[in-house]
Design a protein around this ligand. Sequence first.
Ligand SMILES: *Cc1c(COP(=O)(O)O)cnc(C)c1O
Length: 397
Amino acid sequence: MNEWTRCVVTPEISHEGYASLGVPVYRASTIPFADAGTYAKRLQRGDEGYSYGLYGTPTTRTLEQKITQLHGGCRTLLAPSGQAAIALAMLQLLQHGDGVLIPDTVYPPVRDFADTDLARLGIHARYYAPTDVDALAAMIDDRTRMIWIESPGSTTMEVQDMSAIADLAHQRGALVGCDNTWASPLYFKPLRHGADFVVEALTKFFGGHSDVLMGALTIKDNAIATRIRAGLGRMGVGVSPDDCSLVLRGMETMALRMDHGARVAGRLIQRLQGHRLVSRILYAALPGSPGHDLWKRDFDGASGVFSVVFTEAAAPHVGPALGVLKTFAIGASWGGTRSLVAPMPVRAVRSVRDWTEPDLVLRLSVGLEDEDDLADDIDRLIDFLEAQCPIASGGLH
Ligand SMILES: *Cc1c(COP(=O)(O)O)cnc(C)c1O
C-alpha cells in the first residue's frame, strides 16, 4: 500500500480485552458497508440500523437509551437544544388547521415560536391558565390536537395537574406533550402520568456544566416516535457525538447534583422567606407555593431552581443589588455547577392572567459551590436591599 493511502485508510486493530466504563465517542458521517448489496438495503433495517451519521452512532444511541430507560418510554430522540426538541415535535405532530393549547407560563421562546412559526403554518396556538383545569376544559375544541404542559412553569413555577389535563386531552383525541426540564425524570415521569411525549433541555441538569446545548424528546408510543424520527431526518436534524459524550458524563453525577441543589436551595430559602422585603418564594417543594399539593402527589423530589418575588418597595433595587454577589453568576439557563441568578421580567410573557406583582422575579439556580459562600451572597443581597429600603421609608406599609 502506498504511503499516501496508508495515511488515509484506518487499520483494523483488535478490541479484544478492551473495555471502558465510559462511553467512547463514535463519530461518523459515512458508515461504510461490506458490499453493494448491504449498502442497497441499508435503510430497510429499521430505526436500529446504522446507515449515516445523522441517524445515530453508538454514542448517540447510548444517550438515547439511558434517557428512555429513566422515563420508561419507548424511544428517545435527540435535538440540538431543548427549544429545538419542542419546536420540532410540534412541527412534526401538528398541521395546518390544528390547534394547540399552551400554558401561559410556558418557556418564553416556545410562545414566540408558536405565535410566529406555527401561526405562519396555519396552526393556531391559544394560551391557558396553567392551574385552571376547568377553564382549559372549556377551551378544547374539535381542532385541538395537542395540549402542552410545562410543570412547574417557567420562572413562576406553577405545578400543573398532569393526569387531569391528560384525561381531558385524551377524551378529545388530543396529544399531550410535557416540558419536564425542571424535574428531570429523576423527580417526575410524565409518561406515567398521561403524557404522550416529554421534552427535557439536556442543556440544564443532564449536561450539568453550562457548556453544551441539547434537547431530548422521549416518546411513549412507537408509531409517534417513528413519525417524529423520520421528520427529524427529513429536516436534517442531528446532534454531535462529542456533545453526547459531554451529556453522558454529566448524567453520571446528575442525581447527586440535583439532590445537593435542593438541599442547599432549602437553606437559602430559609434566609429569604418571611423577610420584610420578600413577598413570595416560588418553589414547588415549599408549602404555600402554587401547586405544592400536586407536587407532593406527583413528584419524587425538587431541583434547586426557585424564584423570589420581592415587595414593590424592594423590586426596583434588585437589579443593582446583584452587583454585590460574589459567588452567584448572573446569567440565563440553570442546572450547572455554577450557581446562577437571573432577573426575569414576567408581565410581557403572560397573556391569560395579568402579572400584578413587581415585574422582576429573581430566579436562582443552586450549583455546587460551598453553601456558606452562597448563603453569604444571599445575606449581602438582603443587606443591600435593606439599605435601599429602610423601614421608615416604605418597608412596612
Ligand atoms: C432552558 C429551557 C428550555 C430550552 O432549552 P435550550 O437547550 O436552552 O434550548 C426549554 N424549556 C425549559 C423549561 C427550559 O428551562
